[in-house]
Design a binder for this molecule. Structure first.
Ligand code: NAD
Length: 481
């Protein structure tokens, strides 16, 4: 049964504009439509910003502990509804239920961090900076914050943003990906049930038009963005030009360096989970294996066997290891990348199978060997179940190769040698680094952020750095005559 049309949530009211432009939402596992999402534009963004601005003074002046309690109530509701949320994520995104559960757990942890943030909101003080003069530093909210999120983590990424922004005393406008709007709507309903005052958290559905309205809006003070590199670059440039604070997390091309001494079986499992988990639609997906010789042959052989046997299927089948891609266009793009890789001279050494029946947006897992660093498939983000093997002669050569990427989100090394692991961790230019860990996703209290072209802005999406993003400092210097 098709779900009802979704609405925007502005100033504490759900509005479903009857004549608005809308888009169909699909279940990628089946290819069935599951609802429609309204595409908000400048008018809806403006209404949401007005509501957020109106709610700002009272929310900013609400004691931080009360704000934290409100987020704590949201966290409790998220916890109680976590299975339902995971099922929504699996249904509209296509990742497996297991992956969806993990991502919801990570989102709830971000809300947990936010609920404990008042301790971190404390500033600093120094008595007698001059005779009879004291200085106190406060952390204050930035104002109205907008969050623009991607399709691949429909619950986790909105929860990186909204709870922390709110605890810091900001009001918030969420613009989720138009391809996965149901999860965002559910989060906002839970926030509504947890008693957030009207206007403190608003939801505007939409695509590029809504994003442009956000970047240009004169009364939005900060923009948090996560998505692809070209859009991140534009959002960063336009929002900065309009005088806003911006943090834009972008795309990736993550390298997994495998040394000859690596423990083969667990390494293959970790590499396969990194590259093909969530069908490769992860900003932390390993997409280039740098195989250090000697030993590349046995690694490629083991990887190829595993890739051929991967179970590709619908998100709700417990046996599924690799789900569908988000849309047929993404599947087409991945197929074109595979063709391009062949044309560039790389060899396809393994191809998985996809379900014979059904309308899901499946693409078979593909393993390339003989990839050279200058090939486009070794440099560009494919965002699908495609893994490239590049062979090198030494760890130093592997680190150098990875460091030549214009991205620097994540990287990992697989080895039994502590000294080599140390050399890698020290020399690699990436923000999130794994040692025998294929998906080195930091927990909510650590900074989640890449380096180089994987981020526009200077702070992280989680942890203390995110708290800095959502606050600004004020130093009061006082003397009493
Ligand atoms: P996307 O850039 O297509 O969309 C992100 C957001 O921008 C969405 O809300 C979308 O509505 C909006 N948008 C899309 N096209 C736009 C345009 N032309 N103008 C203005 N706004 C536009 O990204 P996606 O496909 O939803 O997500 C996948 C991408 O996100 C990948 O590149 C992935 O690496 C990246 N990502 C990065 C991180 C990270 O932490 N660095 C985390 C998750 C995803």
């Amino acid at each position: 049964m098709a779900a009802p049309a979704l609405g925007h949530y502005i100033g504490g009211r759900w509005t479903v504009p009857p004549s608005a432009r809308s888009l169909e939402v699909w279940n990628p596992s089946t290819g069935d439509p599951i609802g429609t999402v309204p595409l908000g534009g400048a008018a809806e963004v403006d209404a949401a910003v007005r509501a957020a601005r109106e709610a700002l003074p009272a929310w900013r002046d609400t004691p931080p502990l009360e704000r934290a309690r409100a987020v704590g109530r949201l966290r409790e509701r998220l916890e109680a509804g976590r299975e339902e949320l995971a099922r929504l994520v699996a249904r509209e995104n296509g990742k497996t239920l297991k992956e969806a559960r993990g991502s919801v757990r990570r989102g709830i942890e971000a809300a947990e961090f936010a609920a404990g943030a008042p301790a971190l909101l404390q500033g600093s003080a120094l008595r007698n900076v001059g005779r009879g003069v004291d200085a106190v530093e406060y952390r204050e909210p930035v104002g109205v914050v907008a969050g623009i999120t991607p399709f691949n983590f429909p619950v986790m990424i909105p929860l990186w943003m909204a709870p922390l922004a709110l605890v810091c005393g900001n009001t918030f406008v969420l613009k989720p990906s138009e391809r996965v709007p149901f999860s965002a709507e559910r989060i906002v309903r839970l926030a509504e049930e947890s008693g957030l005052p009207p206007g403190v958290l608003n939801l505007v559905h939409g695509g590029p038009e809504a994003v442009e309205a956000i970047t240009d809006h004169p009364h939005i003070d900060a923009v948090a963005f996560v998505g692809s590199a070209p859009v991140a670059r534009t959002v960063y440039a336009r929002s900065s030009a309009a005088g806003k604070r911006v943090l834009a997390l972008a795309g990736a091309k993550n390298h997994l360096i495998v040394l000859p001494d690596a423990d083969l079986a667990p390494t293959v499992e970790a590499v396969v989970a990194s590259a093909y988990g969530q069908a490769g639609e992860r900003c932390l997906a390993g997409s280039v294996v740098v195989a250090v010789e000697p030993g590349a042959d046995r690694l490629v052989f083991a990887l190829a066997e595993r890739v051929r046997g991967l179970r590709v299927g619908p998100a709700d089948d417990p046996a599924t290891e690799v789900g569908p891609l988000i849309r047929p266009e993404q599947r087409q793009r991945v197929a074109e990348w595979v063709e391009r890789g062949r044309a560039e001279g790389a060899q396809v050494v393994a191809v998985g199978t996809v379900p014979a029946a059904g309308g899901g947006f499946f693409h078979p897992p593909v393993l390339f060997d003989g990839v050279r660093p200058e090939m486009a498939i070794a440099q560009e983000e494919i965002f699908g179940p495609v893994l490239c093997v590049v062979r090198v002669g030494s760890l130093a050569e592997g680190i150098d190769l990875a460091n030549r990427s214009r991205y620097g989100n994540a990287a990992a090394v697989f080895t039994r040698d502590g000294r080599a692991a140390r050399e890698f961790a020290h020399g690699i230019q990436a923000g999130m680094v794994g040692v025998n860990v294929g998906v080195p996703a930091p927990l909510a209290q650590f900074p989640f952020v890449g380096w180089k072209g994987s981020v526009f802005g200077s702070l992280a999406a989680t942890g203390r750095e995110a708290l800095e993003f959502y606050t600004r400092t004020k130093v009061v210097t006082s003397r009493w005559f």
